[in-house]
Design a protein around this ligand. Sequence first.
Ligand code: KG4
Ligand code: ZN
Length: 349
Amino acid sequence: MIVLGIESSCDETAAALVEDGRRVLSSVIASQVEEHKIYGGVVPEIASRRHSEAIVAVTRQALDQAGKTLNQVDAIAVTYAPGLIGALLVGLNFAKALALSAGLPLVPVHHLRGHIAANYLSHPGLEPPFLCLVVSGGHSHIVAVEDYTRLRVLGRTRDDAAGEAFDKAARAMGIPYPGGVELDRLAEEGNPGAFPLPRPRVDGSPLDFSFSGLKTAVLNLLHNAAQRGEKVNIPDLCASYRQAVVGCLVENFRGAGEQTGIGTLAAAGGVSANRLLRRELEKLGKDTGKPLFLPQLNLCGDNGAMIAAQGYYEYQAGHQAGMELNAYAQREIGLDASVNLPCAKTSRF
Ligand code: KG4
Ligand code: ZN
């Protein structure tokens, strides 16, 4: 079964063709990051406009690269939540129009479920159940993936997401958006013990995260140094900060593993590209004797292939949407795509 996946939840317009949820036939990504860089973050209206301009060409290219026509596609999967609402609506309405005109099933995919599915593309042998650390620009969750479409959140951030925490601290250090990538690179040259930083914990919820205090500690440190006219060694600060963020992530993930006894570990989302996080998770896998799966680096960030992969499993589970499908800025990863959504059976087309 060939699924066309469409993704437009943030600042990447992406389309891809995936066979049987596992084999990438093509993947095209048009990134807007250079344009948003000028503003230090994603400007929602600009994102929507660029998606509108790019989406047809990106999809056409995905079909061409795979050597397929729309007639050879079996279903259209699209990110319907969570994300920037104006950005989501561009991909969603385009996918609807395409599904309607080609007479194909429309499959709604939760963006974070898509990130998790990047692992199915990277590791043909990986099957649920597994425990997944989902860390992106907007979310940080510890998820029990009980089945392809049955997911349970065990821990989540109470404030900033891990990617957001990296980007905000990077910005304070003068590193351009999206700073997480560059902060990670600079941290490789720094001393992680140079600046003692807190490891915030959430009282009574050992699997939840809180990163805003850590970010504030960095802002205060930079502010105090500027007032004293002292120069801060940025690679050292990057290394110390990265160590603290990754420490929190891995400690809670270890705790979730012990608590649930789930025997397989995985990570997903843009932050799963972080070098230290990958090393620490590898170590956790070795320490606990649990197999660890990490997405290929080119599948960590937003892409259409992960949406097509998850779309395949959603379709198998009977999760389709009708032409009334809406986009949602926020939606629980654990909710099935068919819950409270207009489903195909009630569709008027
Ligand atoms: O999953 P993603 O591509 O988009 C969202 O769904 O949010 O994640 C983007 C986030 C950004 O915050 C970016 O700075 C962060 O992932 N990121 C990294 C690294 N690569 C991307 N953060 C830390 N280290 C990295 N190597
Ligand atoms: Zn994402």
